[in-house]
Design a protein around this ligand. Structure first.
Ligand SMILES: Nc1ncnc2c1ncn2[C@@H]1O[C@H](COP(=O)(O)OP(=O)(O)O)[C@@H](O)[C@H]1O
Ligand SMILES: [Mg+2]
Length: 291
């Protein structure tokens, strides 16, 4: 990378500082220079873009409380990454910073290659968020909720209809489309909230505690819907359910007191803790983090 970046100034210097050069040589150098810049940009894009999310020293303080404490996370493109931690671990605060809803006290993060501090508008264009407190408008029908978000994104009537048809089929919303969102069960409201987050066709989707408070059937149904999204979009899912992290995710990050204690596949974390049981591995890693 350094090799590439250092070559470009050489070409710029060569064109500027050699006035006796023939026109042909000047054109050749100019085209080589353009090719180098193009190559450099592509390389930079590839290198940063391998990571859907890369944080550096991400920290959030509320007065005396440090909610997120120098968090270093690397999430690959296309991955389903679970942030696992007990209540108060800092999961929601981390998601809020990564989705530009709140500013870090220190540190930064690149989301889809853009800095949350310097390019929040570009970041917002790439992401979808289904927040912990569901975002459905209770007095509108499910269809009206979806229409509302299509309107926010400036979709015309045709695109709105197509999008609603697609999402209705993807999330099996046919039976609830005309019902008031506020009257639906928690599981259905979550499905609608995730469908709403997908309207903008995000590259990166944040699901903050998507199954919190759901009964076991609704939870399993939602897992199916989330599994269907895997591979199509990078997903960051927060949860305090160990089973959920284990069955859904490609990799898991264990958070405690705003810190990332460990990250890896469920298998790697079990190996690290020296146990075949994921719950035991979680307890062991969290306890070790207390020392
Ligand atoms: N707006 C806020 N003001 C003050 N403290 C907050 C605020 N938001 C979160 N916290 C505190 O930060 C810590 C982490 O909270 P949170 O990110 O919601 O954790 P989690 O989502 O893992 O349950 C908690 O101690 C919580 O009380
Ligand atoms: Mg939370």
């Amino acid at each position: 990378m350094d090799g590439v970046t250092s070559v470009t100034p050489f070409f710029i210097a060569a064109t500027d500082e050699t006035p006796s050069m023939t026109e042909e040589a000047r054109i050749n150098i100019f085209s080589m220079q353009s090719a180098m810049i193009d190559c450099e940009n592509k390389l930079k894009w590839r290198i940063t873009y391998m990571w859907a999310i890369k944080t550096t020293g991400l920290t959030k303080r509320y007065k005396n409380l440090t909610a997120v404490d120098v968090l270093s996370l690397e999430i690959r493109q296309g991955e389903l990454f679970a942030l696992l931690g007990v209540n108060g671990a800092g999961k929601t605060t981390a998601v809020k910073m990564l989705s530009c809803l709140t500013k870090p006290s220190e540190g930064d993060a690149e989301v889809g290659g853009y800095s949350i501090l310097k390019n929040p508008e570009q970041v917002k264009r790439l992401i979808g968020v289904s927040p912990q407190e569901t975002a459905v408008a209770p007095n509108l029908s499910v269809e009206e909720n979806l229409q509302l978000i299509c309107g926010v994104h400036g979709f015309n009537r045709e695109k709105t209809e197509t999008k609603i048809r697609e999402l209705t089929s993807q999330f099996s919303l046919e039976s609830v489309l005309k019902r008031k969102a506020g009257k639906l069960s928690g599981g259905w409201q979550r499905r609608v909230s995730i469908a709403m987050a997908l309207i903008s066709e995000p590259e990166i989707l944040f699901l903050d505690e998507p199954t919190l408070g759901l009964d076991v059937i609704a939870r399993h149904d939602l897992w199916e819907a989330i599994r269907d999204l895997k591979g199509r979009v990078t997903i960051i899912l927060t949860t305090h359910y160990m089973e959920e992290a284990e069955v859904l995710s490609d990799r898991i990050g264990i958070m405690k007191s705003g810190k990332l204690l460990a990250a890896g596949t469920a298998e790697e974390l079990k190996e690290k803790a020296g146990t075949a049981d994921f719950e035991k591995a979680f307890v062991s890693i969290v306890k070790e983090g207390e020392v």
